[in-house]
Structure formats: C-alpha cells, structure tokens
Ligand binder design. Structure first.
Ligand SMILES: N[C@@H](CCC(=O)N[C@@H](CS)C(=O)NCC(=O)O)C(=O)O
Length: 189
C-alpha cells in the first residue's frame, strides 16, 4: 500500500499522521513539476494529491482514502459530530488552498470582490466555530478530525494564510499537539 502526495499538502499530511500505525510506503510528488504531473495524469485524473495505491486499486481524495482504510482495517469511525467538524475543516481548507493558488497566480486576493468577501467570511465563521469546539473539548481525542484540524492550523501558519492568533483555544491546541512525534516527522518546513 502506497500513499502518494506532496509533503506540503495539509490533506496528504493528515493521512500520513493518521496512517502512522499502518504499514505503507510514501511517494513524494510535486504538483507543480511537469514530470510528476505526468504521473498524476496517468493514475489520478483529478490531478490533486493525495491518492492511495493498494494493489491494483487506486483511491483519490483524502476523505475517500480515510473511509476506504477505516472500512478495510475495521478502524473506529468518526461520530456525526466529528464528521461535521471535519466538514468545517475541509471547507476552510479547500477555500484557503484556492486562495493560495490564486495568490500564486498573481491575483490580488485581498481585493474587495464578491468571491473574496465570501471566502473571508467563511474563514472567520469557521475558525470561530472550530475555536468554540476546541474550548468545549471536542478535539481532545487524537482522531482523524483532530489530526485534520492540526494540519489546517499548521498549514495556515506555514503558508501565512490566516491569522488565528486571537482564537486562544486554537492556539493552545496547536501548541499542545505540534511536538507529537508523528507531527514533527511530517513537518514540511
Ligand atoms: N478534496 C481533496 C483536496 C485535495 C487538494 O486540494 N489537494 C491540493 C494540494 S493541497 C492539490 O493537489 N491541488 C492541485 C490543484 O488544485 O491543481 C482531498 O481531500 O484530497
């Protein structure tokens, strides 16, 4: 079984951390490198990472890989409350990655335009909600949703994409988890 992805992607990193007790290989690809893109074109038409190769089967998308391995290895499923938290994390992360790619395309993402206003509102609402959930202790268990929150927070700090320094429960959560061994082992910096 092999996970394929970049070391900087928060979606790849969440799986690498979650899969730390599952025997697997890791193949690094750079989505901006043309040779690596050719590899994706032949095996993953979404042209996104991560993907998982398991024998003759290839699974695209972090969520699908998580569900595939949870079923295959009879791992504990997330509750619906945890699934909702994961959806919030994914929603913010998807928008943040799109804004990041637009910035890399020299587009002014701080402009007062409808699309950017909608995304900024989404970030503020979701990060506040995640902070509330952290205050309530909903990220005390080290499960896939908790790992995904860590990867989102660490990615926004690394890429300087969102300032959550006023959200103390998220700051405390990040500080409390960043020294874990599997977290340090996957730090892209
Ligand atoms: N829904 C996908 C999102 C994956 C994703 O957006 N990956 C980014 C890297 S962080 C990517 O490969 N982007 C390439 C592109 O958008 O062209 C998942 O959960 O795996």
């Amino acid at each position: 079984m092999k996970l394929i992805g970049s070391t900087t992607s928060p979606y790849v990193r969440r799986l690498r951390i979650w899969m730390s007790d599952i025997e697997h290989g890791f193949e690094q690809v750079d989505i901006f490198n043309s040779a690596d893109r050719a590899r994706l074109v032949t095996s993953n038409p979404t042209l996104k990472v991560p993907m998982l190769e398991d024998g003759k089967r290839t699974i695209f998308d972090s969520g699908a890989i998580y569900r595939y391995l949870t079923k295959k290895l009879s791992k504990q499923e997330l509750s619906w409350e945890q699934t909702n938290l994961l959806t919030l994390i994914d929603s913010a992360n998807d928008s943040l990655v799109q804004i990041f790619l637009l910035s890399r395309s020299d587009i002014d993402t701080s402009a007062d335009k409808l699309y950017f206003r909608l995304q900024r509102e989404r970030f503020d609402v979701i990060f506040a909600e995640l902070n509330k959930a952290a205050e309530e202790g909903q990220f005390e268990e080290w499960n896939y949703a908790t790992i995904s929150l860590f990867c989102l927070l660490d990615w926004v700090s690394f890429r300087e994409r969102y300032d959550y320094s006023s959200l103390s429960a998220l700051v405390d959560f990040h500080n409390a988890t960043k020294e874990r061994q599997e977290v340090r082992a996957t730090d892209p910096r």
